[in-house]
Design a protein around this ligand. Structure first.
Ligand SMILES: Nc1ncnc2c1ncn2[C@@H]1O[C@H](COP(=O)(O)OP(=O)(O)OP(=O)(O)O)[C@@H](O)[C@H]1O
Length: 744
């Protein structure tokens, strides 16, 4: 078979890459990798250059490496070329990766890469050696993986940072049992295992642990009790001296604010504990020590604009004993690498998150990858004994064993000796969505890829009935119920928009009464959110924002759309989302603001965009007035924002809303996956509406079901090897030679 000219001729390869960039299939930065390699090794095979370009391209789509076998098996799908969302540029069919790579097999890739002077070939056994400084790394197994060295190194750094945690004090089962019994009164009286208590015992023992579970399964509750248990042990032993220094953090400002909000109540519960023979002042003293502030990870480690390194790193670590990371599914590999670098080896690390949610948009699905086999929940025998003794709970093994995902040719220890699994606790019971909750049932069905289970829950919307907890609405232009969707959206937005209209003389930022009104405004705003899978097209964020503006204008809730324009104009009531961090303004990517008529210092009424201020506003390097709940910012200073009547599901991660309506794409799309739909459903606290756009006349219900089916059956698999690399380090270091001290 003749090969595509781009694989044998450098000029043809450059022309192909130029066309990919022009069509929007490839980023210019990926294209630049080819130029760099051509300069370094002009004679080397074009196929190797192409692989390097594609490895860089995959980094932009969340993968830390290029899985060569996956590219061979399904090139266009693996590489998302053409992109799932149209880019405006026109690509040629003759240029699709499947056309370009036809006839290439793994042996060709291997040969081209192994011969290239810029490629270092590795096996797992020597993955820590990094002396040759070559910019590309080929991990040569039966399923070869090709890395830019930068990602290879950061993945290794994360594995090192997790494997090297050495918490100084691991309580014996005998020490921690009375503390856990006091924190979980009544747990020993029932037969069912209290997995939260077991999770506490596990995380108290392991210097690095993950507590994972769906929404409302008690991750926050558990971590507050864990921190209380560790503080209690210190108080007891050292009489208040050297209490652990604790920091709570999350990847985004919004996730940090949500954790801060939910933690207060739980700390109050600790102060009220009276059980277990501790003196009356003990638990109030424990509660008083627990942190109430939550920072972003960036702020914790001291990320500085334009600086190469954050303030805290290996040579200037944070002075902390325990760090908790919430919403860890949103943390990518680079940020995780910076975080573990900034922690001293003695510092415990506890990660909280829902392993089934969408992964970070940055390269590397850290939590998802580490939790790949968490479902089975089996532990090594000795650890199981410890957990049972420490918690007083039965800890059954769930499965008879899965095969550990070891690189080919390496010994694979038995399932129950998996040292990564020994650091993971899975919470399985949702206290928010009980057995009879339709949202919970829909989320579970989607999560297990069960279309008929999902269809059992999804009730087609009925005009004569009030909407249920979950319902399904067909958005069919021209049909009798065409306005039903518009009416739902307007109903969802009216409560806060009408509050704005009730202040024609503008909000006074200095007035306590107006500040209270703004608190209520944000509460109402948070009661309803429209989500989309896509950004572009009529069912994407752009199309939906325009439609919503029309609907609201029709109802008199916004000025007429021909006056306000479409996407960038400022008007009273425009909700916006920040799309890039702005340290000067104290805004983070993902922050939401509302545009309000505002009384200005000169007495005029003008527009200001109001954002909730972080809890540490007014601190030395944090803009905002001390104690103020809000920032009031002139629209002229905001360039990186977008209208947010509708948001992508990606942007909604880390947030929750009372009611959510999610708009599906018109047809199946690689972006629409099981994780995306699950994430959208679990953003809703009380009601979830699925909106399926359909073409009129043409069996609308079947069209909608086909798109739903493609979503529940499509699972994202991120390339990367963090789990394997961590496992091999833990096995090598034999760091599970834990003394499972039950009786001392
Ligand atoms: N063991 C329990 N018994 C009864 N209620 C509980 C229990 N654990 C947690 N809850 C309640 O369930 C709700 C959710 O708990 P929590 O916020 O800890 O869960 P989460 O997993 O952190 O939730 P999220 O998905 O919001 O991150 C809270 O109202 C909490 O008080």
């Amino acid at each position: 078979m003749t090969q595509h000219p781009a694989l044998t001729d450098h000029v043809a390869l450059r022309a192909l890459l130029d066309r990919w960039v022009a069509a929007g299939w490839l980023r210019p930065i990926d294209r630049a990798v080819a130029g760099f390699l051509a300069h370094r090794a002009p004679e080397a095979a074009p196929l190797a250059q192409l692989a390097a370009v594609l490895a860089s391209h995959q980094g932009g789509s969340g993968h830390v490496c290029l899985d060569l076998a996956a590219v061979r098996e399904n090139p266009d799908f693996t590489l998302r070329m053409p992109p799932a969302e149209p880019t405006g540029g026109a690509g040629r069919e003759a240029d699709t990766p499947s056309a370009v790579l036809a006839g290439i097999d793994l042996a060709d890739w291997r040969r081209a890469l192994a011969d290239h002077p810029a490629v270092s070939t590795r096996r797992w056994q020597n993955d820590q050696e990094d002396h040759d400084g070559r910019p590309l790394v080929l991990v040569d197994t039966d399923r070869p993986q090709f890395y830019l060295r930068r990602y290879w190194r950061v993945e290794g750094r994360v594995a090192d940072g997790l494997a090297n945690r050495r918490a100084v004090d691991r309580p014996s089962a005998h020490q921690i049992r009375p503390v856990l019994d006091a924190l979980y009164p009544g747990s020993n009286d029932t037969e069912a295992t209290d997995w939260q208590k077991v999770a506490c015992a596990l995380a108290a023992h392991q210097p690095f642990s993950i507590i994972t579970g769906g929404p409302g399964t008690g991750k926050t509750t558990t971590v507050v009790r864990l921190l209380a248990a560790l503080t209690s042990l210190h108080l007891h032993r050292e009489n208040g001296a050297c209490l652990p220094r604790i920091a709570l953090c999350a990847p985004t400002g919004k996730a940090a604010a949500r954790l801060a909000e939910s933690i207060g109540e739980k700390v109050g519960e600790i102060a009220a504990i009276r059980a277990g023979g501790f003196d009356a002042a003990h638990w109030p003293a424990v509660a008083a020590h627990l942190p109430d502030e939550v920072q972003t990870i960036h702020r914790l480690i001291g990320t500085r604009p334009l600086a190469e390194k954050p303030r805290h790193h290996r040579d200037n670590p944070l002075d902390l004993d325990i760090v908790v990371v919430d919403e860890a599914s949103m943390v990518g590999m680079e940020l995780m690498g910076q975080l573990v670098d900034a922690l001293p080896a003695r510092c415990r690390l506890v990660m909280l998150g829902d392993k089934d949610q969408l992964a970070s948009v940055e390269a590397g699905a850290v939590l998802g990858e580490l939790c790949r086999h968490a479902e089975s929940g089996d532990y090594p025998e000795a650890l199981r004994d410890y957990l049972q003794a420490a918690s007083g709970q039965p800890v059954p093994n769930h499965s008879t064993g899965h095969t550990i995902d070891h690189p080919a040719g390496e010994a694979s220890p038995g399932d129950r000796d998996d040292p990564v699994a020994a650091r993971i606790a899975t919470l399985r019971v949702s206290h928010r969505f009980g057995e009879d909750s339709a949202i919970g049932a829909l989320a579970r069905a989607v999560n297990r890829g069960d279309l008929s289970g999902a269809l059992e829950v999804l009730e087609p919307a009925d005009d004569d009935q009030p909407p249920g907890e979950v319902d399904w609405l067909l958005d069919c232009p021209g049909a009798a119920h065409a306005d039903r969707f518009a009416a739902r959206v307007v109903d969802g937005l009216r409560p806060w928009l009408s509050m704005i209209h009730a202040q024609p003389d503008g909000f006074d930022p200095e007035s306590p009464e107006h500040q209270a009104t703004v608190v209520e405004l944000f509460r109402r705003h948070n009661a309803f959110q429209l989500l989309c899978a896509l950004r572009r097209g009529p069912s994407g964020v752009e199309g939906l924002n325009a439609r919503v503006q029309d609907w609201l204008a029709r109802e008199g809730l916004l000025p007429a759309t021909d006056r306000i324009g479409r996407s960038t104009a400022w008007y009273s009531g425009r909700p916006v989302i920040v799309t890039r961090n702005d340290a000067q303004l104290g805004l983070a990517n993902g922050d939401m603001g509302l545009t309000l008529p505002t009384r200005l210092e000169n007495g005029d009424v003008g527009l200001r965009v109001v954002f909730p201020a972080p809890s540490d506003a007014g601190q030395p390097d944090q803009p905002g007035r001390p104690g103020s709940h809000f920032h009031w910012i002139s629209p002229a200073r905001l360039s990186e924002v977008a209208t947010a009547f509708a948001l992508t599901v990606h942007k909604s991660q880390g947030s929750e809303f009372t009611r959510v309506a999610m708009v599906m794409p018109e047809r199946s799309n690689p972006i629409l996956t099981r994780e995306l739909l699950y994430t959208a459903i679990t953003r809703a606290k009380q009601r979830f509406t699925l909106v399926s756009p359909v073409r009129s006349g043409d069996a609308p219900q079947q069209q909608a079901t086909a798109v739903l089916q493609s979503a529940v059956s499509s699972v994202t698999r991120r390339s990367g090897n963090l789990r394997r690399r961590l496992m091999s380090r833990l096995i090598d270091a034999n760091s599970d030679e834990i003394e499972w001290r039950k009786n001392d």
